[in-house]
Design a protein around this ligand. Structure first.
Ligand code: GTP
Ligand code: MG
Length: 303
């Protein structure tokens, strides 16, 4: 085993930070490192937290972190910010730091921006979760803004997906539109100090009664006031219940089947230099060749 992998395994926080950079930047050694570490994974509980901008995801993540720390658990936090490298992640970092986790080696936070390439974010996020798992983190929290298909994909990488809704924002309708409704294993009605929580709960219940999940799980609805630390134990209990029923396992197989496809596609494409695509495109446009022969040829020489 490489020295870095050993240090990560031993829980060395500085090594974990170095490894996280290797993974995030997809340096050449990332695959080797993850290969070494993968056998030591499968122990962490990976919780995805998703919801509209400002729903309170970071506040909830910080409150859950506080709860887990007082239970003696170690935590890794991945904040995925698809829009800006500065907002979500930095806010989460600041907030957690403000609340006594500064200099606590039991909390490791990494925020990631897309840098304009959505396609790879789900993959990098999973790799990061693998890394944190191998490093012995008991719980890995993944915060993503649930607005589009890519966020939904990221959310699917978690063992348990928590969807945050907020009263009085028409969130229920938005959630259904974005396909968020189907991915929720646990619904959290955050900001339940605001008016409209009852109405929202009724609406979520109504749409749940119409949905049918293949695993027959009915997502529980938990109310929280994350900013006051209320409802945190209930949220964790609901997430653990889903995990313990074994539902996460069967979904893990689906997720890996999808992920393998994505990895195969990525790896295959990475083998061909960009110029080769450009040249081939020029040949196609000039009718010197056709896309079918080109692909056949490429696959033949790279299969
Ligand atoms: N009233 C009320 N405000 C809350 C609650 N939870 C969070 N907030 C506030 O809502 C605002 C947004 O919270 P964040 O945790 O930053 O929300 P977020 O979903 O992480 O936001 P983005 O990462 O920017 O999408 C902050 O001002 C919080 O203090 C709550 O339960 N009740
Ligand atoms: Mg946030």
């Amino acid at each position: 085993m490489s020295e870095l992998a050993q240090q990560v395994r031993s829980g060395d926080v500085r090594a974990l930070a170095r490894a996280a950079t290797v993974v995030e930047n997809r340096q050449a050694e990332a695959d080797e490192l993850l290969k070494e570490l993968f056998p030591y994974t499968g122990r962490a509980l990976v919780l995805g937290i998703t919801g509209s901008p400002g729903a309170g995801k970071s506040t909830l993540a910080a409150a859950i972190t506080r709860q887990l720390r007082s239970d003696g658990k170690t935590v890794g936090v991945i904040a995925v910010d698809p829009t800006s490298p500065y907002s979500g992640g930095a806010i989460l970092g600041d907030r957690i730091r403000m609340q006594d986790h500064h200099a606590d080696p039991g909390v490791f936070i990494r925020s990631m921006a897309t840098r304009g390439w959505m396609g790879g974010l789900a993959r990098t996020t999973t790799d990061m979760a693998v890394l944190f798992d191998a490093a012995g983190r008991d719980v890995v929290l993944v915060e993503t803004v649930g607005v589009g298909q890519d966020e939904v994909e990221i959310a699917r990488l978690a063992d348990v997906t928590i969807v945050l809704l907020v009263p009085g924002m028409g969130d229920d309708v938005q959630a259904i539109k974005a396909g968020i409704m189907e991915i929720a294993d646990v619904f959290v009605i955050n900001k339940s100090d605001l008016p409209g929580a009852d109405k929202l709960e009724r609406e979520v219940k109504a749409s749940l009664s119409l949905a049918h999940r293949p695993d027959n799980w009915t997502p529980p609805i938990v109310r929280t006031i994350a900013s006051d630390g209320q409802g945190i134990e209930g949220t964790l209990a609901a997430a653990r219940l889903f995990y313990q029923t074994g539902n996460s396992r069967s979904r893990a197989r689906e997720i890996w089947a999808l992920r393998l496809r994505e990895m195969l596609r990525d790896r295959l494409i990475e083998r061909f230099p960009k110029e080769q695509f450009d040249r081939a495109a020029a040949d196609i446009v000039a009718r010197k060749s056709d896309p079918y022969s080109i692909i056949q040829d490429w696959l033949g020489s790279h299969a």
